[in-house]
Write a new protein. Structure first.
Length: 198
């Protein structure tokens, strides 16, 4: 039995469904909304690489170290983006949340906060994780701000840690949240989701 079993998570009009090859066309369309693959600091697949992106995610699921979701509009079924549990370490009861991206038209909406709330709830309350982590490019300031809004703590920076798509080497900013910090973070996320949007 895998630590992260197939599951669909849903709330506030979105569903996180296990990523499959059936999502190829939708994922390609989501990436095209804003030509997100042109951003050097993200993992968004280029259109012709979408199938191989999904196949890699499925291979990593089989190996037990990543479980990818398609983020979809619950009513229309339209693919809005992708997110994953990854670097899954069952012995430490630890997962990371990442490989996250959304169509440009979905950014700065409730979608990311809702998806993260669903994933963090699943990680802490169903998987009984002790730690949930995040990592991002040192130049991805929007991602860093989004992670910090979740209530995660900055652990530090791993210098010269990973290769970007353009061949440059990035520093990686690491974040985490421990189980004891989850109740307060959950309350804050619900507050953010429930307050009127300007």
């Amino acid at each position: 039995m895998a630590f992260v079993e197939p599951i669909t998570l849903a709330a506030r009009g979105i569903e996180l469904v296990p990523l499959s090859l059936d999502h190829e066309i939708g994922l390609r369309a989501a990436a095209a909304d804003g030509e997100l693959w042109k951003l050097r600091i993200t993992s968004v697949p280029e259109p012709e690489q979408t199938r191989s992106y999904i196949e890699t995610a499925l291979s990593m699921r089989e190996a037990g170290n990543r479980f990818a979701f398609a983020v979809t509009d619950a009513a229309a079924g339209r693919v809005l983006g992708c997110t994953s549990f990854h670097d899954i370490v069952p012995d430490l009861r630890r997962v990371e949340i990442g490989w996250t991206w959304y169509a440009k038209s979905c950014q700065r909406t409730h979608i990311n906060t809702t998806a993260k709330l669903l994933m963090m709830t699943h990680a802490f309350e169903m998987l009984q994780c002790d730690v949930v982590g995040w990592r991002t490019d040192n130049f991805n300031f929007a991602s860093q701000a989004a992670i910090e809004r979740l209530g995660a703590k900055k652990d530090g920076v791993l210098r010269g840690h990973a290769m970007r798509r353009d061949g440059t080497i990035r520093d990686t900013v690491m974040y985490s949240m421990r189980r004891g910090e989850w109740p307060e973070a959950r309350a804050q996320l619900l507050y953010l989701l429930n307050k009127p949007r300007a």
